[in-house]
Design a protein around this ligand. Sequence first.
Ligand SMILES: [Zn+2]
Length: 246
Amino acid sequence: MSFNSRYQRQIAFKGIGAAGQASLGRARATIIGVGALGTVIANSLARAGFGFIRLVDSDRIEASNLQRQLLFDEADALAGSFKATTAATRLARINSGIVIEPLVMRVNADNIVALVSDVDVVLDGSDNFEVRYLINDACVGLGVPWIYGGVLADSGVSMNILPGGPCLRCLMPETPDTDSFVTPETAGVLNQITGIIGSVEAVEAMKIVLGSKDVRQSLLSVSLWDAAFHTIDIAPNPTCPTCGHT
Ligand SMILES: [Zn+2]
């Protein structure tokens, strides 16, 4: 399969072109969490031709994942297969011309730097703030761009955390004091919102890798049931514990 025919629809797009496609082929990404958002992101980046994709997740596939985690099927849930390795196997069948590195492991303070320091962009497919703050603090310290994404019910948010710009702790210095009864288990998650937020993360990763002037600087907020899309400007916090300089 020729490179140019495989990616013709992407090369034809004015924002990418042949040189951009070649850049994507050299691009390296880490996806933390291979669940609802992570499978959407991984599927997108693999088909788009990102040259290296690291998939990090310690969980096994369950039946309740199948409604929205689009790289998995019933046999995977019955077998209780690992998400990272199963996703890697599927993606290798979709695109054999890229390198996929599945890691069945839990992210922690000791391993986060090694997971994000050798890539061009890090994408948030996690579902909790403990992991997001680990990603944030490591990436801000290393100067590696990362993309925050979160979903609940019909709603989602995403923000690009870029070197020199506001970080996640500028937005939320500590873990948000959310109602512990409002969780994906109780409030649900529509697969259409994970599809949108995951796709938004993936396209911003493409723009970051390509050095596009169109990389979004604001926080995107989507309420899908109301068909409401908003962007909100976030200012750096000079007293931010992670990126502040005062
Ligand atoms: Zn900050």
